[in-house]
Ligand binder design. Sequence first.
Ligand code: SAM
Length: 267
Amino acid sequence: MASKEENKTLSQVYQEEFQPDYYINRYYSGIDAGNEFCLKNLHQFFEQECGENKNRKKILEVGSGPVPIYVMSASRWSNSIVCSDFLQQNREKLTQWLSAGREADEIWSSYALYVAQLESESADKETAFLVLDRVRHSVRCVIPCDVLQSDPLLSNTESPFDIIISVFCLECAVSFPKEYPSTVSNVVRLLNPSGHLIMMGGLEGEHYFIRDRKIPRIKLTREMINLALQNAGCEIVTWHELPRNLRPPELPIDYTAMFFCVAKKIC
Ligand SMILES: C[S@@+](CC[C@H](N)C(=O)[O-])C[C@H]1O[C@@H](n2cnc3c(N)ncnc32)[C@H](O)[C@@H]1O
């Protein structure tokens, strides 16, 4: 007979087990090659895509969790960023940081310094604080989302967006591989025609840990991502991978590589 733990739906597991403070301390205790891979690719995307067009793009992050780093580059180009997450505890944690002052910035300062240095060779600790201030000014709100729903923003009228960012979210939100394509389509529905979906995550992983609780995820492959995007009317325009062994060995993750994927909505 299945144990009570095994009978929980994935949504219940997230609601009951995901602790934002633990998550930040365990997975974001200082910048590593995996974070640099994401931040550098995001920086390059925004520089190429936005050029001189400051403040024009409407940007959404789905499944932000309690983490503000993946909108740092976007905040240079847009003052209309919406962050979102399934869990109230994550939305509260992120909102708390957005409304806090510099005393709350230490935890994210190594990430902000890295982004500041991508933007300017002369960047220093002070410039890094300015990146964090910029994020606070650019994120307009943190709203509920459920990527399993055909309308993931749950009737919120913010959509459509020019760019959507999603990091370690969709492959964690679905319980079975067969649900992945419709979840990608749900998110793509929030994009403008010709808009871009940027996804980052782990390939071939089956779980990660919150304390000693194993959180399941689907074993994602490049082919699954490609097919799901095609099915959603998108084509991949950028693909990069980073082998897992370049990340710290003590991280409790089992994927074989990280991926960075940009897809353009073509129909
Ligand atoms: C591994 S965390 C990633 C958080 C953050 N993006 C990062 O990369 O550190 C997975 C995130 O997916 C969110 N999530 C889980 N189910 C979801 C759903 N159905 N819709 C939207 N987000 C979901 C969780 O609340 C959590 O914030």
